[in-house]
Design a protein around this ligand. Structure first.
Ligand code: MF3
Ligand code: CO
Ligand code: CO
Length: 334
């Protein structure tokens, strides 16, 4: 975990000291939940889902621990890139399917079942399953859950927001993407949170240009979050991705001059900012996965797997048209 001192430069990139800038505006540890919403309660997990023998598994599928050391090689071969385009599009297809299934009353376990079965149908292994012993095939993070929510039997309720995070492993490589969507009728603050988080992700991807460093990502996000009075999660980061689910480089979403790695063509990494209404601080449930905001206020996230090219970027997990939440805002909800 990265700690920031009162006299350090503020996380928001203003150049001012933290204590003179955002310090007083964020609740400091140990606060009681102040949200008007009921906290998310942990539900029951369904029995483990199986993977048929013909699906090629990643190294951790049986053991829970990835084989070999974390790769520090950030640049992909042409062959890896070709395979990652396919993996990215399989992840997108699965994500689009579960996003369209989100409605009041459906359980996150049901979304997990749909995603799990679709992965198998498309010849892919759902990367989260048994990754460091994660028990399910996708992550579903509701309301104040920041990330790594475990699908369970809690039915989604009117006014919830839920992030669905899909990663697949196919032909030896991973593709990773997520979107946050509304359940039923959203409140204005949740709309602003979700819109802002999407803007943070897209502006950060546009800023990640060859010749800059990975710090350009956090530097692009900070002023947008600050403009809305939201905070940026610091304890979880984006990551290089390829033959390994999580590898170098680490992609933090706040400005940090220590992030000096140069961005070069052929890099593939995720950009996946988590933006909070209140404090950036988090607490992890005793299930050792579910990360929630320390103040119980809401958190949103979006994620793409990005390929850096000489003149820009390619979204390996691109969808067709607008993200799901924008369509919901246009056409209404049920
Ligand atoms: N998909 C998540 C990410 O964006 C990682 C989930 S790891 C799991 O990096 F084990 F929780 F599945
Ligand atoms: Co993900
Ligand atoms: Co990721």
């Amino acid at each position: 975990m990265v700690k920031i001192g009162r006299n350090d430069p503020c996380w928001c990139g203003s150049g001012k000291k933290y204590k003179k800038c955002c310090y007083g505006k964020l609740p400091i540890g140990g606060v009681q939940p102040v949200s008007k919403f009921q906290p998310v309660k942990k539900g029951q997990l369904s029995p483990a889902r199986s993977i048929p023998a013909h699906i090629i598994r990643p190294s951790y599928a049986e053991t829970g621990t990835p084989a070999g050391a974390r790769s520090r090689n950030a640049v992909r071969t042409q062959d890896e890139i070709d395979r990652m385009r396919v993996a990215g599009q399989v992840a997108r297809t699965v994500l689009d399917t579960i996003l369209s299934s989100v409605r009041v009353g459906i359980t996150t376990d049901e979304l997990d079942r749909i995603a799990h079965e679709m992965c198998i149908e498309l010849g892919a292994y759902p990367s989260p399953l048994n990754y460091h012993h994660f028990p399910k095939s996708i992550c579903t993070s509701v309301n104040e859950v920041i990330c790594h929510g475990i699908p369970d039997d809690r039915p989604l309720a009117d006014g919830d927001i839920v992030n669905c995070d899909v990663t697949v492993f196919i032909d030896g490589v991973h593709g990773d993407c997520s979107e946050t969507v509304f359940v039923g009728k959203p409140d204005p603050l949740s709309i602003r949170l979700v819109q802002t988080t999407y803007e943070c992700m897209m502006k950060a991807i546009e800023a990640a240009r060859v010749g800059t460093t990975v710090n350009s990502i956090g530097k692009a996000i900070a002023p947008i979050a600050k403009r809305e009075g939201f905070s940026i999660v610091r304890d979880f980061a984006g990551h290089g991705i390829g033959t390994q689910f999580h590898q170098d480089p680490q992609i933090v979403h706040y400005p940090d001059i220590r992030q000096t790695q140069k961005i070069v063509p052929g890099m593939t990494f995720t950009v996946e900012p988590m933006i909070n209404v209140g404090t950036h601080r988090c607490v992890v449930w005793s299930d050792d996965w579910t990360a929630v905001t320390a103040d119980g206020k809401r958190s949103a996230q979006f994620e793409h797997t990005v390929l850096i090219t000489s003149d820009g970027f390619e979204l390996l997990t691109a969808g067709t048209g607008q993200p799901h939440f924008m369509r919901q805002l246009k056409t209404g909800w049920s």
